[in-house]
Write a protein that binds this ligand. Sequence first.
Ligand SMILES: [Zn+2]
Length: 335
Amino acid sequence: MGGAEISSGETAFSIPVLCYHRFGKNTSQDAYSLDLEEFRRQLEIIREEEFTPITAAGLADGRLDRALLPEKPLLITIDDGYKHFNTTARPLLEEFNFPATLFIYTNFVGARAGFSRSQLRELQSAGFEIGSHSATHPKLTRRPRGETKDQRAERLRQELSESREKLTKWCRGEVISLSYPYGLWDREVAEAARQAGYKLMFTVNPGPNTLETPPERLKRIMILRGTRDSTFRNQLREKPLLFSASMPGWGERAISPVRQMIFTLTPEMLSCIDPASLEARRRSSVVPLEYDAQSGRVIVRFSPPWVRGTDLIILTAQDQEGKNRFKNSRLLIVE
Ligand SMILES: [Zn+2]
């Protein structure tokens, strides 16, 4: 694709994954519920920007053989499994001929607002992909006091393996993808997901993916009600801000108090971005950072130190021409 963005063809290949929840005309001011007109405009923008939506299975295949991917792939994913999808978003997706991946938590199947088993099967045969969103939609990274390692392993197995087995049986097709409830994951959760047989695991850490983004921490852009068209378009156009290392490591939990995080930019990034444009945010607040041009290290400092809690760190930069915006993000659990 284009290739003009950054030096290496491989890193220039960015794959946005959009994350939606609910749709409907007469919804309240619920940020997770999009008006259908808003959703239609976003589908139009996806088409205008010449993206080709694919499913998670399509991405899994493309990671093995890039030739299987369209020029500009994009994923539309919808979490939770509200049955109103069939009468709201689905007709629009079908009108645009865009596939989507639906992440379902199995305890919601058969509930009043959830899909029935036969609806899941019908969706799958209509070309929508069914992925898992756990069994009960818990915070998988939560560690209740007194829970042993074995008990935790068993709880994760129930949430991840059993939900996958049920969905596989109900849909009569393989279930290869998972979206972590609330986007919460750590190494232990990722390992449990791998053992449960998932090939691709999705977070809600914003930014685009590349073909090299590790399968246990794929990024997704959460689309909330009232997103401006220009913001939506810019998010589709974002490029990955690539790091060769992060400290604490990806998926690693940190011990309180945390005074800094370090991200090391890849050589391609060093030659392409404008260091003065580097910015770090913890959720929406700007956090001071230092940049060492020699090592490519970006040191994000927390003052006062970060004491307990889970947050998202988002890093952005512009290229030297100010044409492209780069983004990366990660979740950090401080205990
Ligand atoms: Zn959810």
